[in-house]
Ligand binder design. Sequence first.
Ligand code: SF4
Ligand code: SF4
Length: 278
Amino acid sequence: MLARIKRFLGMEAKPKEDEKVPVEKKVPTEEKKVASEEEVEKVAEEKPKPRIGYIHLSGCTGDVMSLSENYDILAPLLTEMVDIVYGQTLVDRWDIPEMDIALIEGSVCLQDEHSLHELKEVREKAGLVVAFGSCAATGCFTRYSRGGQQAQPAHESFVPVADVVKVDLAIPGCPPSPEIIAKTVVAVINGDMDYLQPMMDLVGYTEACGCDLQLKVVNQALCIACGTCAMSCPTRAVSMTAGRPEVNSDRCVKCGVCYIQCPRSWWPMERIKKDTGL
Ligand code: SF4
Ligand code: SF4
């Protein structure tokens, strides 16, 4: 089943660096090549199922709803690929167990002691902490919070998860697409670091804004007028004017999606230098 899901997602099993067969030892015959692929699948199938927890802080549940929209593969994804060990709305359990991956949805309210305690305990008990969705990753529209509302008028300060605890991966999106959530889970199981690298880099991208397009792309002479930013904005705050993005800041909820989706935003210079020997 794991193999079927990986094929469905277009992600074949990928051996870790130390599991890769050296080029000179690869067996050229088609029969052996097939056997090798089966071995890789077998390794992936035999790995213990990762224990996943879902932590709901100051979010809208839209991110876990997006996870559930993996209609074709949801049941095997949740039952055969992973163990859901913790999570409001998912599991009837109140104590926080040890887990391999914690998906944290929502930003952190600094005046909410319960959220702070839960987050810190999860950080201690989880192998990987994932900022799941833009509220967790960048603060998103909770960046505009200023308190003064019932029933908790004192709750005014909301920050991204990475401002409070160490985060390992960020999957921004308002919400992230079902596909990218499922693919990320598969990549974690496979140890596919190439797929996960942008998400590791995005951990530091916590102060997102539509104005990043101007500052970090257009001002740097990187924009190619593709319009991806305008298509990706969930609030239609971005339009293209004379081949360049123009952001209506009154509509921007600071999710960071326009900049993340921009094909000129992620430029892994260290890896490029390494690959080209610069
Ligand atoms: S312009 Fe749109 S996509 Fe970009 S940060 Fe603002 S709301 Fe998000
Ligand atoms: S996605 Fe990036 S490159 Fe494309 S139009 Fe927007 S800013 Fe320019």
